[in-house]
Design a protein around this ligand. Structure first.
Ligand code: PLP
Length: 401
């Protein structure tokens, strides 16, 4: 008899579970639109050419060693990551009031940020958008914070509920933490406009709320790294404080390397250095120090002008392919005369389309068309190709008629 005999089976992760079901399906026409990972036109995972080049340089550099990194990670990587999100001329960086630590991709950066806040910040409540990436609630709850939601998505317009958002943040207790998706909101694909970001910023600052940006898709939304960082930079340029979790999973295709960063923008250099000293105490008992390889790839690319330029081109090509898939799917539904308004497919931003299909329709498409997606009707545009668009359009058409 096992001492663990009373352990109950946990449910499959709602997102990763989609892939488990997909893998079991023997159909030749099956299509996995569940997971947020980029695929080529041929449906294959993509390793960026520039990543291959950087790895080649690293492997051939005999001076490279495998010693432990410091607790906060690779110094070059941290400096360059802060520059990437805040801009190379950021006064916050020049004023040494940003502390950046290398973490285990976006997830790890969010978790380290949560644990730091739970220990050192006077307000333990974090407001996250409704809906949001499913892992947010668990990360912040287990990190020691209390999670509440603010209105974000309006199912009627399939756009932003800016009124509800502002009302909910306006009634949040002073000091509350607010999670914001820097761009390409997951799962809705709905982002505030530049003017709406301005309204959100004003409210957050006037109510002394603390913004915590999740930047998992910089460059992936518009194809332009600076444009996708506009929201964050708007908040940093007012001199206030904020948290930023960065991931290189999507924009460099480094999913499995688990490379990301947490930056905390502070009022002044003295606070920033004290904050960093405490971040080390959060990280050391969690995993001691982060892995070296992925961060070395990123640093190699970011510090070399040619590699950096090459990266921006490859990144733009990925973003453009996704935008093209939006157009093709929209056109395919128009051609079929599929009932309903589908303009949100071309309006939404980033990797996902929040189709508006309900759980029943999703189940129908999986059963009859072998198309796999999360039950909230979210499809990954990055998993689609010109070859598979007609099949998806047929399925959507059948599901709604
Ligand atoms: N935040 C959002 C909104 C995401 O969609 C994801 C990945 O899907 C992440 C964070 C974290 O990803 P990772 O830990 O792989 O960097």
């Amino acid at each position: 008899n096992s001492v663990f005999g009373n352990v109950v089976r946990a449910p499959e992760d709602p997102i990763l579970g989609v892939t488990v079901a997909y893998n079991k399906d023997p159909s030749p026409v099956k299509l996995n639109l569940g997971v947020g990972a980029y695929r080529t036109e041929e449906g294959k995972p993509l390793v960026l050419n520039v990543v291959r080049k950087a790895e080649h340089l690293l492997v051939n550099d005999r001076s490279r060693i495998k010693e432990y990194l410091p607790i906060v990670g690779l110094a070059d990587f941290n400096k360059l990551s802060a520059k990437l999100i805040l801009g190379s001329d950021s006064p916050a960086i020049q004023g040494n009031r940003v502390t950046t630590v290398q973490c285990l991709s976006g997830t790890g950066s969010l978790r380290v940020g949560a644990e730091f806040l739970a220990k050192h910040y006077y307000q333990r409540t974090i407001y996250i958008p409704n809906p949001t990436w499913g892992n947010h609630t668990k990360i912040f709850t287990l990190g020691g914070l209390t999670v509440k939601t603010y209105r974000y998505y309006d199912p009627v317009t399939r756009g932003l509920n800016i009124q509800g958002l502002l009302e909910d943040l306006n009634s949040a207790p002073s000091g509350s933490i607010v999670l914001l998706h820097a761009c390409a909101h997951n799962p809705t694909g709905v982002d505030p406009t530049f003017d709406q970001w301005g309204q959100i910023r004003q409210l957050i600052r006037s109510k002394n709320l603390l913004p915590f940006f999740d930047s998992a898709y910089q460059g992936f939304a518009s194809g332009n790294l600076d444009k996708d960082a506009e929201s964050v930079r708007m908040f940093v340029s007012d001199g206030g404080e904020c948290f930023i979790a960065q991931s290189y999973a999507k924009n460099m295709g480094l999913y499995g390397e688990r490379v990301g960063a947490l930056s905390i923008v502070c009022r002044n250099a003295d606070v920033a250095s004290r904050v960093e000293s405490q971040l080390k105490l959060v990280i050391r008992p969690m995993y001691s120090s982060p892995p070296i390889h992925g961060a070395s790839i990123v640093a190699t690319i970011l510090k070399d002008r040619n590699l950096y330029n090459e990266w921006t081109l490859e990144l733009k090509a990925m973003a453009d392919r996704i935008i093209t898939m939006r157009k093709q799917l929209f056109d395919a539904l128009s051609a079929r005369g599929t009932p309903g308004n589908w303009t949100h497919i071309i309006k939404q931003i980033g990797m996902f389309t929040f189709t508006g299909l309900n759980t029943k329709q999703v189940a129908f498409m999986t059963k009859e068309f072998h198309i796999y997606m999360t039950s909230d009707g979210r499809i990954s545009m990055a998993g689609l190709s010109s070859r598979t668009v007609p099949h998806l359009a047929d399925a959507i058409h059948a599901a709604v008629t």
